[in-house]
Design a protein around this ligand. Structure first.
Ligand code: PT1
Length: 277
């Protein structure tokens, strides 16, 4: 299975590591805009050197409790760093946004993938993604970031998330997104309890069988905080175990903070597995 964006290709017969680059104001020093871009760029370069083949750039925090961010603020955060990475690094760039205009301007600036935690359900987003004609990641979320963790509720979490992703991929294909450009994501931590998250992780294979590449994002999330009683900077071992469980079932894109360590896990798995396409 090969993912294509413009002239670039990505081999999904083996897992690819997506490095997380947050460009929200609290993520980097406030030594002015140039210093922020420079710090973000150095972080991206380090992740590529460690083996990330995709850098996921997000200017809106979607962590539980996060507030919305204004359009111009988000654009000012993401466009300059996309341009710099496009010019100076050899990797794919993913733009993590739900906003139509950020999708369009992000792809214009050099993004190769649109990553939308709201699965193109915001006004204008689906149309922007069709026009952009690049791969898109469609994620499941119950509720909205600000309040999604207050009372996650499912009768059968695996069946319901699967049903959502089947319906949403069909709607997107009908609207003009190419089937070969669709990536799906179970949405760990997005309106899910501890048990919901682990039930989904254990059911990854049931999503692989839908025929779309599966992206897994569990890095440093509170599912490990709760299970292991670890704060955010002490969740590496849990996150690596989670990444391994996902990769073993066939997840092809792993979204992480800790690139070098996750690449090691991937290589260990590669040595005992020929990854299925
Ligand atoms: C994700 C993801 C994302 N996660 C995709 N994009 C975040 N495709 C941002 C917690 O429980 O999984 N897939 N973009 C970050 N969001 C969260 C959510 C961070 C929950 C932390 C938690 O701690």
């Amino acid at each position: 299975m090969i993912l294509t964006s413009g002239k670039k290709t990505l081999n999904l017969n083996q897992p690819q590591i997506m490095g997380i680059l947050n460009v929200t104001p609290d993520s980097f020093s406030d030594g002015g805009q140039y210093a922020q871009i420079d710090n973000a760029f150095k972080h991206a370069r380090e992740m590529v050197e460690q083996g990330a083949t995709i850098i996921d750039i997000g200017g809106e925090s979607t962590r539980p409790g996060a507030e919305d961010v204004l359009l111009n603020e988000e654009l000012n955060r993401v466009v300059p760093i996309i341009e710099r990475i496009k010019n100076e690094l050899d990797c794919w760039i993913s733009i993590d946004t739900s906003k139509e205009i950020v999708m369009t301007e992000g792809v214009k600036a050099g993004a190769d993938i649109i990553n939308d935690v709201r699965a193109l359900r915001e006004e204008g987003a689906l149309n922007a993604a069709v026009e952009a004609n690049v791969p898109v990641c469609l994620m499941h979320m119950q509720g909205q970031p600000r309040s999604m963790q207050s009372a996650p509720d499912y009768h059968d979490v695996v069946a319901e998330v699967r049903h959502f992703l089947i319906e949403r991929t069909e709607q997107c294909i009908k609207a003009g997104i190419k089937a070969e450009n669709i990536i799906i994501d179970l949405g760990f931590g997005f309106g899910k309890s501890l048990q919901h998250n682990f039930d989904l992780l254990n059911a990854t294979q049931q999503f692989i069988s839908l025929g779309f590449p599966v992206l897994t994002g569990v890095s440093r999330k509170s599912m490990f905080g709760q299970l292991l009683n670890r704060d955010i900077n002490d969740r590496l071992a849990g996150s690596l175990a989670g990444a391994m469980i996902a990769m073993q079932q066939g997840s092809k894109i792993i979204r992480v903070h800790d690139v070098a360590e996750t690449v090691d896990v991937m290589k260990v798995l590669q040595q005992i597995n020929t990854f299925k396409s």
